[in-house]
Ligand binder design. Structure first.
Ligand code: 3UK
Length: 541
């Protein structure tokens, strides 16, 4: 590593060996960054220098900050971290907070002062926080005052607990006021690790994905500029946590990079998000498919005339969800697949380029292909493993699973996809979610799409349940819309409906009705929980 600014080299030292990295490509001119780069300085100081100082950067429930004000906040926090916590460049700082302006300022301050940010989801419990603190060797924590409880429990269980500062409380503001208004950005290398983002991993030890200062800017100079067409006039809003790279990019980095403004609100319900779009005249919305499904029937109650682009990611966007949203709002959804490993979206489509049902094409700056089990590229119209390449790629923190995630220089996402003759990518399922029943390969999401087209179905999840005869059988968990009755009659109706909609052998042989489905904080269906339940259902029947 040339010219690192880090005195604590833990993160850089625990990158996978070079030969295990995916190949990185920098095919756009905008991606040719200098060797020394501090992403926070680029997102703040450079914007202020370009005359953006007086424009609004962030709005929260209680405050509005211009670029100049945000920049000053960030500098004071950076000063405090250095003085109060006596951190040195390269130290890891765990961040814990909901989506609000101060949480955003804390992330940027960590970068500006040359530390490594380790953002964590607000709902994580002490045990999960403890694991992350150990894996990332966390030196200090910046925690929202109202989220201290689980953090303190986690710290109590550690031999050498990190130092903790609480924000969003009076004492913190007083400490900031005593700090100098300016902090000179640490002169980090473009390849200094600035972000350790842990995968929301369903089972097993969480994986820490490692990202450079350069990567943070690279995602800002790809999707938002080409597919989204973001400008300084945009107002961004949405739900994904800043601790999830979908939210970090969509609700903080992308707006800052183009000089736009972002609205950061906590605990948004579907109705509250719609109200926020109307109140703040938002133009761009980022959230997950399940949230769009819940907002669709409520959309007519709100003035959404400001909204011009809505982005869906996190899980597959069913055709039905796309169509119903478009009917309710007139907006053609921008679907995009991204991952924590790749940092953000790499396949997507907007406007006339949208092909409903497909995720889209590799966005400018990225390439994709479909690989077979031996790592050979497959032609069009064959289902295989999705592989991607771009300026960002998978690098796990000291983890042997790195070897499974990269193949011939490509990052494998873990998804089964098909590419059509025009280079559009069609999602099938997560590779480990494919159901094999009586020798047939069945993609759960395809059955879900069919079920969702039935007017009685609000939400559903389809998994394989163990079956002595077929190996696995297709089991659907269904949440009905209000006014519809669960029971054998409904089971038969839905089964017949699926048989008429897709190949009959894919129909769910069993249907279990639920009032809700298990989801992560990021809106992903927790299929592993459904599979666990499925095993019990089968054993007890
Ligand atoms: C699935 C999708 C179909 C897919 C993410 C945008 O979701 C994000 O990151 P994660 O690491 O999960 C990655 C996996 O989620 N997925 C995401 N988007 C789509 N499947 N269609 C989609 N549009 O299985 C992928 O491998 O939690 C999304 C930006 C940043 C992110 N981190």
């Amino acid at each position: 590593m040339n010219g690192t600014a880090y005195l604590d080299t833990f993160a850089n030292d625990n990158l996978p060996p070079r030969e295990q990295w995916p190949e990185l490509i920098f095919e756009l001119d905008a991606l040719h960054y200098p060797e020394r780069l501090n992403c926070a300085a680029e997102l703040l100081d450079a914007m202020v220098a370009h005359g953006q100082g007086a424009s609004v950067a962030i709005r929260g429930a209680a405050v509005t900050w211009t670029y100049a004000e945000l920049s000053e906040k960030v500098d004071r926090i950076a000063g405090l971290l250095k003085a109060e916590l006596q951190l040195v460049p390269g130290n890891r700082v765990l961040l814990r907070g909901a989506n609000n302006p101060m949480m955003a300022a804390c992330v940027l301050a960590v970068w500006k002062a040359g530390y490594v940010a380790v953002p964590t989801m607000p709902l994580l419990r002490a045990k999960e926080l403890g694991t992350i603190m150990e894996l990332a060797r966390v030196d200090a924590v910046l925690c929202a005052a109202d989220l201290r409880e689980e953090l303190d429990l986690a710290c109590d269980a550690l031999d050498a607990p990190p130092r903790v500062l609480s924000f969003n409380e009076g004492a913190f503001d007083a400490q900031l006021a005593a700090m100098p208004a300016r902090f000179e950005a640490v002169d980090t290398a473009a390849e200094d690790v600035c972000l350790l983002s842990f995968t929301s991993g369903t089972t097993g030890r969480p994986k820490g994905t490692m990202h450079f200062h350069r990567d943070v800017l690279a995602i800002c100079d790809c999707f938002p500029r080409s597919t989204l067409g973001a400008t300084e006039n945009d107002v961004f809003v949405g739900t994904p946590p800043l601790a999830f790279t979908f939210g970090l990019g969509g609700l903080l980095l992308f707006p800052l990079r183009v000089g736009a403004s972002t609205v950061l609100l906590e605990k948004l319900t579907p109705d509250a998000l719609l109200a926020a779009i109307a109140q703040y005249r938002a133009t761009v919305c980022f959230t997950a498919p399940t949230f769009y499904r819940q907002m669709t029937p409520l959309a007519a109650n709100h003035d959404l005339s400001s909204l011009t682009r809505t982005v869906s990611a996190g899980e597959a966007l069913p055709l039905q969800t796309r169509q119903a949203w478009q009917e309710a709002t007139g907006l053609a959804m921008i679907d995009g697949i991204g991952s924590t490993e790749m940092l953000h979206i790499f396949i997507s489509a907007a406007g006339d380029a949208i092909r409903p049902g497909a995720t889209g094409r590799p966005i400018p700056g990225y390439r994709a292909c479909i690989l077979d089990d031996d790592g050979h590229p497959l032609g069009a119209n064959v289902v295989g493993r999705l592989a991607v390449k771009g300026p960002t790629g998978c690098r796990y923190l000291a983890d042997p699973r790195q070897l499974d995630a990269v193949c011939n220089g490509w990052t494998l996402t873990g998804d089964a996809y098909r590419m059509d003759d025009d280079g559009y990518y069609w999602y099938q399922a997560r590779l480990d979610d494919m159901i094999i029943s009586a020798g047939y390969n069945i993609a759960g999401p395809e059955v879900e799409d069919a079920l969702l087209q039935h007017p009685a179905v609000a939400e559903c999840g389809v998994v394989g349940a163990p079956d002595p005869e077929r190996g696995q059988l297709v089991l659907a968990y269904v949440v009905l819309r209000p006014g519809h009755e669960a029971g054998p009659g409904m089971t038969k109706t839905l089964q017949d409906y699926v048989k008429q909609t897709i190949a009959p052998y894919k129909y769910p042989r069993r249907i279990a009705f639920r009032s809700a489905l298990p989801r992560t904080e990021t809106g992903k269906l927790q299929r592993f929980k459904l599979r666990q339940e499925a095993r019990q259902i089968v054993e007890t029947s």
